[in-house]
Design a protein around this ligand. Structure first.
Ligand SMILES: [Zn+2]
Length: 439
């Protein structure tokens, strides 16, 4: 009798402990009908993925599901790691109306707070399309990108992991050609660009971005005919390196590409300056290509001539074994599409270039983690890493368009989307549950 009572009491204590354990330590068990490894291009069937405290703890066939675990049944789906857009602009959305797709007007007409709110929305739109990491490469008003990253990291809102650049640093004028009175008297280029024309200004600009929450440095290599020299680019790289950041160069000419490559830049954005010769040098040095290959299907955002050159260039980069990332430069509104749908549309260019599905998927996943430098913390579905994953109906190794139909998204071990519907309740919290630090 006493033993029975003792047993009952113990059971009640266990129930109490179970009930008072925070949600975070709840074990989640995912049944994955197919589990895709983009690194090897292989599929494993009937896998169990265990998640606890936001991290993967075990993956394998026939794993025992702990008692009390929440079971998520994805037996009918293919599970794979989250996607990466290596070049997006979440806090910029230029439009046909009112600014005729000229972002020079967008940044005059839309405040940083408005653009920060747009960035939250765009981030959610990217996440529902399966992008769990976004490199946000500038044109974000006065550090709306940093506010977005911090809000997501602190646990206020759902969104992809953001690798943000802060302000784009360039020679005077940035990518604009302002009038003297507006540039000098009104500093109208700031905050869309940060002027740095001398070594002292270069160092100060890098430190300003670091202070205000950047995770990577973005520079205008050749937005102006004078551009940056190889020595100046090296100074950016060494100063950023002291703070643990890499440098991406906006490059639009062959000579700009040559200087950026000679300096040993981390990544090159855009494909205009990337010839066969530049691709060979990039492959030799292991420099990432963020080619931002706009598909012809996004009417008005490329031309048939430009698209043909883009497709040929991407093919040439692949043939030369340049490290390729999937990157979109998405910063505009396409009526009828959300930002994630615009981003996924870029697979059209990769298909047109004849890149094999395995390599497209690799560019969209593992190469994305590498260029973002998250490989050791998040990206792959591996024990010990933060639990981000997506699930789709088809098999992207056979049909890359299967990625257009994301049914399920998990971010930081929490379900963001299930059965094709966003269910982000757990991401909205009334305080900074992950601390208040900005770095
Ligand atoms: Zn861009």
């Amino acid at each position: 009798m006493q033993i029975v009572n003792l047993g009952r009491t113990l059971f009640q204590i266990l129930l109490f402990v179970g009930a008072s354990t925070p949600l975070a330590s709840q074990v989640t068990a995912i049944r994955a009908g197919r589990l895709i490894d983009p690194e090897t291009g292989t599929v494993a069937t009937n896998q169990i993925i265990l998640v606890e405290d936001g991290k993967f703890t075990a993956i394998g066939p026939g794993l025992a599901i702990p008692r009390g675990a929440e079971v998520i049944d994805l037996s009918d789906l293919a599970v794979l790691p989250g996607l990466v857009d290596a070049h997006n602009h979440l806090a910029l959305t230029y439009k046909q109306v009112p600014e005729n797709n000229v972002y020079y007007l967008t940044y005059v007409m839309e405040s940083t707070p408005l653009r920060a709110i747009q960035a939250v929305s765009n981030g959610i739109q990217m996440l529902t399309s399966g992008f769990t990491i976004v490199r946000d490469m500038g044109n974000n008003a006065n550090y709306a990108d940093a506010a977005l990253r911090i809000a997501i990291e602190q646990g206020w809102i759902p969104g992809p992991t953001i690798i943000n650049s802060g302000l784009i640093i360039g020679g005077m004028g940035g990518q604009f050609w302002p009038t003297p009175e507006m540039a000098v008297d009104k500093r109208i280029v700031y905050p869309e660009y940060l002027d740095a024309d001398t070594p002292d200004e270069i160092i100060k600009a890098v430190r300003q971005n670091a202070l205000f929450g950047a995770r990577v440095i973005k520079i205008c290599v050749d937005c102006k005919p004078w551009g940056y020299s190889t020595e100046e680019i090296r100074l950016f790289i060494s100063e950023a390196g002291k703070i643990g950041m890499k440098v991406e160069g906006h490059v639009q000419t062959v000579e700009g590409a040559r200087r950026a490559i000679a300096a040993g830049i981390w990544s090159i954005a855009h494909d205009r300056g990337l010839t066969d010769e530049m691709h060979k040098l990039m492959a030799e040095k292991g420099i990432w290509r963020a080619g931002t290959e706009t598909p012809i299907s996004l009417t008005g955002h490329t031309t048939p001539e430009r698209y043909a050159a883009t497709v040929t260039g991407l093919r040439n980069a692949w043939e030369n074994k340049v490290p390729l990332t999937f990157s979109t430069d998405a910063d505009y509104y396409v009526p009828g599409m959300h930002r994630g749908e615009v981003a996924i549309e870029f697979i059209e260019t990769w298909k047109a270039a004849g890149i094999p599905n395995t390599d497209i998927l690799r560019a969209m996943t593992v190469n994305g983690y590498r260029v973002s430098e998250t490989m050791a913390s998040r990206g792959p579905i591996k024990p010990g890493l933060i639990a981000d994953l997506i699930a789709i109906r088809g098999n992207p190794l056979e049909q890359i368009d299967a990625l257009r139909d994301v049914q399920f998204v998990m971010k930081d071990g929490m379900v963001f989307k299930r059965d094709g519907v966003m269910t982000p309740e757990r991401f909205f919290r009334g305080g900074p549950v992950n601390g208040w630090n900005i770095r």
